[in-house]
Design a binder for this molecule. Structure first.
Ligand code: ADP
Ligand code: MG
Length: 494
């Protein structure tokens, strides 16, 4: 709470909740704090002030960027509780409807906001009862909502705010006509907000029909950089790329990983190498026909494949949840593609890890990307074979301690106790279950901190501004990508 006539708030507290500075109600702030929100996401930062000001809006932002709270917080902050539904949220599926209403409930509970989700497959009378019993927010799928509206079952239905959530999905599911029909029943004087991950023509046309002088927002994945992504890079020699990748895979124990390469040939070579080591990997590149592309993506989505080895182009628009790691086997060509690549992880509020392998020649380029994107990258050292072993041992010990004892195991143990000493038995069992380590090469690969420091000093020497130089690789970076870097080259961040 920052009334102008009050003592200035200590700086720490101001930073502690940027949400407060929007002027959201105290109850809403309490709800979002309890939900663990600390910093507004980019779409929230941009949308909240306009929504609070009563503007119409058409906003494009990827899945997992926090769109629900972007409209939910400001809208619920302004609920008056004068009776009747004040906010209508239309979502494409019942899963999304229940997801959105759960999120709104969580954020709005201290503000006493009542939310009802309405979708097909539920009892109609019960839904109508709930709505008429004083819900302020109605979250609905198009078909069922239209049903209710046409039958006139919702009394005095006149929401002040209407939100179309995930509009592109509604289009894909063939709901466009239903949506247009729904608006026939809505008051002309209203605030309308349209959110979509992509912006096909049909959606912008719909926007023109239903929105009144809207604010246009577009959050490219670039803006999501670093929110929830741990970014590290490793300096390695050219020939160490594959070894370093394997060590990092082994030491990180990732769930699902996308590895980015520069060329189609590289994706094939690396995925074959990984497959031969026993990983379940697939290549994904632009020369594959649509069918095999879809097969690769599908298998990765269903978690049948743990590693996707892809080129930038092939991975464009790929939206898979649960990607724990992105590894840049080779540096991306420019800052924008770096941001696109790492945006594949760290979605939906989950923490992700982005790892970039750079050769000493590419050192300046990674520094520039860091500068342009403002990404919080840290340099790290490739784990030694010993490090990898220690980590793997720890994981094994943990999983043994956590596993349950089965009746079958007890039965076999009772029988074996006569024949073999327990320690010998344990050793044999461990040998059976311990995976063969995949790491190879010398114990130590990649540059050590002292060497990196030296490299860093050298790279801070007189830079040729705008030359895009320093990469020394086959493909120098285009100077055009680094306008902002011109001002303050190579800050000594480390
Ligand atoms: P979208 O609709 O853009 O796909 P959601 O609104 O479903 O994204 O949000 C995805 C997840 O991120 C949710 O679990 C939500 O609680 C969480 N989230 C949203 N905003 C924040 C924030 N500012 N801080 C932390 N977590 C957030
Ligand atoms: Mg959403």
């Amino acid at each position: 709470m920052t009334h102008p006539d009050q003592q200035p708030v200590p700086a720490e507290e101001t930073i502690a909740c940027e949400f407060e500075s929007f002027g959201l109600s105290a109850d809403i702030v309490r709800g979002l704090k309890e939900a663990g929100f600390k910093k507004p996401s980019p779409i929230q930062e941009q949308a909240i002030p306009f929504v609070l000001a009563g503007k119409d809006m058409i906003a494009q932002a990827q899945t997992g960027t926090g769109k629900t709270a972007a409209f939910g917080l400001p809208v619920m902050s302004q609920i008056t509780q004068n009776g009747g539904v004040e906010v209508l949220v239309v979502t494409p599926t019942r899963e999304l409807a229940s997801q959105v209403s759960t999120e709104l409930f969580r954020l709005g509970k201290y503000a006493g906001v009542k939310t009802v989700a309405v979708y097909g497959g539920q009892s109609i009378t019960r839904q109508v009862d709930l709505v008429n019993k004083g819900a302020q927010v109605l979250v609905a799928t198009p078909g069922r909502l239209l049903d209710h509206l046409r039958s006139g079952r919702l009394k005095g239905f006149a929401p002040k705010v209407v939100v179309l959530d995930e509009a592109d999905e509604m289009l894909d599911m063939g709901f466009l006509e239903d949506i247009e029909a729904i608006f026939e029943f809505l008051p002309k004087k209203r605030q309308t907000l349209l959110f979509s991950a992509t912006m096909p023509k049909a959606i912008s046309r719909l926007g023109e029909k239903i929105l009144n002088q809207p604010v246009h927002l577009k959050i490219t994945s670039g803006a999501t950089t670093g929110v929830d992504i741990e970014q590290r890079y490793y300096v390695i020699a050219e020939h160490e790329r594959t070894d370093a990748t394997v060590r990092l895979l082994e030491s990180e124990g990732p769930d699902r990983t996308i590895i980015f390469c520069r060329t189609k040939r590289e994706t094939e070579a690396l995925s074959n190498e990984l497959i031969s080591l026993g990983y379940v990997a697939r290549a994904l590149h632009g020369d594959m026909d649509q069918k095999s592309r879809e097969r690769s993506i599908g298998a990765f989505k269903n978690a049948e494949v743990e590693i996707l080895v892809a080129t930038d182009v092939a991975a464009r628009g790929l939206d898979v949840t649960g990607v724990s790691h992105v590894i840049n086997y080779h540096m991306p060509f420019d800052a924008e593609s770096y941001v696109h690549r790492i945006g594949r992880t760290g979605r939906a509020g989950k923490k992700g890890v982005a790892i970039t392998l750079v050769s000493p020649f590419e050192f300046r380029s990674i520094k520039r990307i860091q500068e342009v994107t403002g990404a919080p990258m840290v340099v790290d050292q490739v784990p030694s074979i010993k490090d990898v072993e220690t980590l793997q041992d720890q994981r094994l010990v943990q999983s043994i301690l956590e596993s349950k004892v089965t009746a079958g195991a007890q039965r076999v143990l009772a029988r074996m106790e006569q024949e073999i000493e327990l320690k010998a038995l344990a050793t044999k069992l461990l040998s059976m279950i311990m995976e063969k380590t995949l790491v190879s090469g010398p114990d130590q690969i990649g540059m050590r901190p002292v060497e990196i420091e030296r490299l860093e000093k050298r790279s801070q020497g007189p830079a040729r501004p705008g030359s895009g130089g320093g990469s020394g690789g086959r493909r120098p970076f285009k100077p055009g990508n680094f306008h902002r870097a011109g001002k303050k080259p190579y800050p000594a961040k480390h």
